[in-house]
Design a protein around this ligand. Structure first.
Ligand code: ADP
Ligand code: MG
Length: 391
């Protein structure tokens, strides 16, 4: 049950750096999610943890011991891939028990008939049978143990693949986008099941996904990766509340965080030519910057004379329990835009409940200075919290 430590771990493929050196310590029993867009290096990082890919530089440690050169077999890990292969001619029971059979494999098991009988006997051995029943119970597969994989649904097959990887009771569970082949409903269900499994087995999980909802709902800690570079490492709450840079701010949350262009000059900030009634961090100096505010922290008022910034509503999405409003600052007449263009330059408010608002309405936008984050336009980095002071 290791604490995982990354000490300037990096990876090159023939001179091409795909993971740039980074440091992180992941305590025991965490559910670590590696999150980022396709091609950012998630699978490479997971494979380095598994020992399936060499580490180019830096050290990977389990419980303080360098494991860079430790064989995968000796790392006591279970690896669940996106595309899982079950043996079609074997029952669910035999598929789940397969790793235990392999552990007890003798050369003469290769002999037809004799070997088959021996393997079957092994499946019936009390300790093996008990183990299979336990794991099947855990993943609600007890009723399907005698079926063939083809008589199962996609979700059930995925559970068999998970069960098979769990049977050895590894110290570390590595999962690479295991749910991406499933439909939306099943994905939601499996998400809950994998989280429940983590609670039950109380081991460290490392889970790769490009889906920020999976990361936020399952992870106890998240590493956000982009282009081989670790953007942020923290709890889901840290990452949601204080994204370290504008990449993370845009990647996490739906709709993404509003990043509104502002100009900072001598402890003052203006937004679309209007002075903000609160001050930016002193360290910002003079620069073009971005004001970050989550959609659910934005208030939209249509009463005349309400305090705030004038804006016009461009899109309204009624989701039942909430209403997502897309707006533009200013009250100029908007030409009707369609498709992708319409969403460009839009900012968003997420309002609780089904709110009656309409496309084209003018409104005022306001937010609490305490909810504001400040980002540099050049580096995209987060600045320290603002000094709150009345204007
Ligand atoms: P992800 O899992 O986040 O989609 P990967 O870790 O699979 O990304 O890949 C990260 C980058 O490393 C990609 O640019 C990919 O092309 C490259 N890469 C992955 N494996 C190899 C390899 N064996 N040889 C060369 N380049 C590789
Ligand atoms: Mg991958």
């Amino acid at each position: 049950m290791p604490t995982i430590e990354f000490d300037q771990v990096s990876k090159n493929f023939s001179g091409n750096t795909v993971i740039k050196g980074f440091d992180a310590t992941v305590p025991d029993k965490e559910f670590l999610v590696l999150l980022g867009p396709s091609g950012c290096g998630k699978s490479t990082m997971l494979r380095m943890i598994a020992g399936l890919t060499d580490i180019s530089a830096g050290q990977l440690k389990f419980d303080g011991v360098v494991v860079n050169d430790l064989e995968p077999k000796k790392r006591n890990i279970a690896f669940v891939f996106q595309s899982y292969a079950l043996y079609p001619h074997m029952s669910v029971r035999a598929n789940i028990g397969f790793p235990l059979v392999m552990d007890n494999f003798k050369w003469w098991h290769h002999i037809p008939l004799v070997g088959g009988l021996a393997r079957r006997a092994l499946m019936k051995r009390e300790d093996v049978a008990t183990k299979i029943n336990e794991v099947a119970e855990m993943l609600e597969l007890t009723d399907y143990l005698d079926r063939r994989p083809k008589a199962l649904s996609g979700g059930q097959r995925q559970r068999v693949a998970v069960a098979r990887s769990l049977i050895r009771e590894p110290a570390l569970y590595l999962l690479d986008e295991p749910l991406s082949n499933l439909d939306a409903k099943l994905r939601t269900q499996m998400r809950a099941e994998i989280s429940a499994l983590h609670d039950r087995v109380k081991k460290t999980f490392v889970y790769v996904t490009h889906d920020q909802v999976e990361a936020m709902t399952m992870g106890t800690r998240i590493i956000v990766l982009n282009d081989g570079l670790v953007q942020q490492y923290g709890t889901p709450k840290d990452i949601y509340d204080r994204p370290a840079n504008t990449f993370v701010a845009r990647f996490i949350g739906s709709p993404p965080m509003n990043l509104i262009p502002i100009v900072v000059d001598g402890g003052r900030a203006t937004m679309f030519g209007i002075n903000l009634p609160f001050q930016p961090p002193e360290t910002m100096g003079v620069q073009e910057a971005q004001l970050g505010i989550r959609a659910e922290k934005v208030q939209v008022r249509i009463e005349r004379g309400a305090p705030g910034y004038p804006a016009r509503i461009v899109t309204v999405e009624h989701l039942g329990s909430e209403t997502v409003v897309g707006f533009k600052f200013g009250t100029d007449n908007l030409t009707v835009e369609v498709g992708a263009r319409a969403s460009r330059d839009l900012f968003y408010a997420k309002l609780v409940g089904d709110v009656r608002l309409e496309h084209g309405q003018t409104c005022t936008i306001s937010f609490d200075p305490a909810d504001v984050l400040w980002y540099s336009s050049d580096s995209g980095e987060l600045f320290d919290s603002p000094q709150m002071a009345p204007s």
